[in-house]
Design a protein around this ligand. Structure first.
Ligand SMILES: [Zn+2]
Length: 386
């Protein structure tokens, strides 16, 4: 498989070089432009001249050319940057057509897949393969080889659900705070252990001599720890977003860009102890890395279940009283405590914010922001906080 991904990468990089540096010469020589079809034809010639290139499945090489074609299309459409070469250790992988691969289940935990020119490979069976297998991607990360099987599944358009709605605040004390007063936390203990390990490994990596064997090993160790961290987070993200999509028809969250600003403003409001601060910092940094992932997961899972994700501007959500609507930064007594000095309503500060987010997303007028400051004084307070 390593040989496979090496050759496929070479084909990709050669094709990239050809498109980048030789397209003009090609156009002059043949009178045609350098497209996927043209490169696929050149690939056939390349395979005839080199046995070791022919030793690797042609479809996976063609798939690489398709990827490149798409990368260029994305670049010209302004969706992404100029295509870059694939690198060893970073882009290890290849893809087959689904019809080339045979999949069978061996027992509860294991399956086997027959890959062209590689043979049968056992894999950990994590979910059932439903529908028509379109393609099979084999990839490698620091934790090992993975296979992902993309299937086409017929599904009815889900019924629109007017079910319960929930607001979510990205809390400081908790990873997520919901408008119903509950919280969800990343497995922080586990992440902290992994974080400590990664720091230690990064230090020992820095002590290794450049180009040495030890350095290679230290690098691999650190990469494994980071991949584990990412996996813990990803698992949590999928689990949580699936739970929300099952339970709610409407989920309201803060708009990310604005949320970042309030997060820093929130830092000036609070005066917490060092430990809390540290915890909040880690919590936030971990979630910030995972927030986009969480939102993406939540959106598609909700859509599949007939629900909807609504994003609202986050201004004042942490300073507004969810009972009476009064806005002042003095309402937030500490990191966790919200106490309205107008009506006396008290709640966990993150829950209060989540309620405001829910209201902003479900008010009849749609996406209107949370009610503006009511008095001159509170307007000034709000502006000072922003
Ligand atoms: Zn109030």
């Amino acid at each position: 498989m390593r040989q496979f991904s090496g050759v496929v990468r070479l084909v990709y990089n050669l094709a990239l070089e050809q498109r980048r540096d030789w397209w003009r010469q090609y156009a002059v020589r043949t009178g045609k432009s350098l497209t996927y079809v043209a490169q696929a034809r050149e690939l056939t010639e390349l395979r005839r001249s080199f046995d070791w290139i022919a030793a690797v499945s042609q479809t996976s090489q063609q798939q690489a050319l398709r990827d490149l074609d798409r990368a260029y299309a994305n670049f010209f459409a302004g969706r992404s940057g100029y295509p870059t070469p694939r690198r060893r250790g970073v882009n290890d992988g290849f893809r087959f057509h689904g019809r080339e691969c045979r999949i069978r289940r061996l027992n509860r935990n294991w399956g086997a897949i027959h890959l062209p020119k590689i043979g049968e490979v056992r894999f950990r069976w994590t979910r059932d393969v439903l529908g028509d297998v379109k393609n099979v991607t084999v990839s490698r990360d620091p934790l090992g080889w993975h296979v992902s099987i993309a299937c086409e599944v017929e599904s009815e358009a889900p019924e629109k659900r007017a079910a319960e709605a929930v607001g979510i605040d990205r809390g400081v004390a908790h990873t997520l705070a919901f408008s119903d007063g509950t919280f969800a936390d990343l497995p922080l203990e586990r992440l902290r252990v992994l974080d400590r390990r990664a720091r230690k490994q990064a230090r020992s990596l820095a002590r290794c001599r450049r180009g040495s064997k030890r350095r290679e090993k230290a690098k691999a160790r650190l990469a494994r720890t980071k991949a584990k961290t990412a996996r813990v987070r990803k698992h949590w993200v999928h689990e949580r977003s699936a739970g929300l999509a099952r339970r709610y028809g409407t989920v309201v969250t803060e708009d990310l860009k604005v949320a970042n600003m309030t997060a820093s403003a929130r830092g000036t409001v609070e005066a917490p102890g060092t430990h809390v601060r540290q915890k909040a910092g880690l919590n936030r940094s971990i979630l910030e890395q995972g927030w986009y992932q969480f939102e993406t997961c939540l959106r598609y899972k909700l859509e599949a279940a007939g629900g909807v994700l609504i994003k609202v501007p986050a201004a004042y959500t942490s300073q507004t009283c969810s009972e009476c609507g009064s806005i002042s930064k003095t309402h937030r007594k500490s990191q966790a405590v919200f106490l309205c000095s107008d009506c006396g309503h008290s709640a966990h500060a993150d829950t209060n914010a989540a309620r405001n987010i829910l209201r902003a997303g479900t008010r009849p007028s749609g996406r209107a922001p949370v009610a503006g400051p009511t008095t001159r004084e509170s307007r000034q307070n709000a502006l000072a906080a922003a």
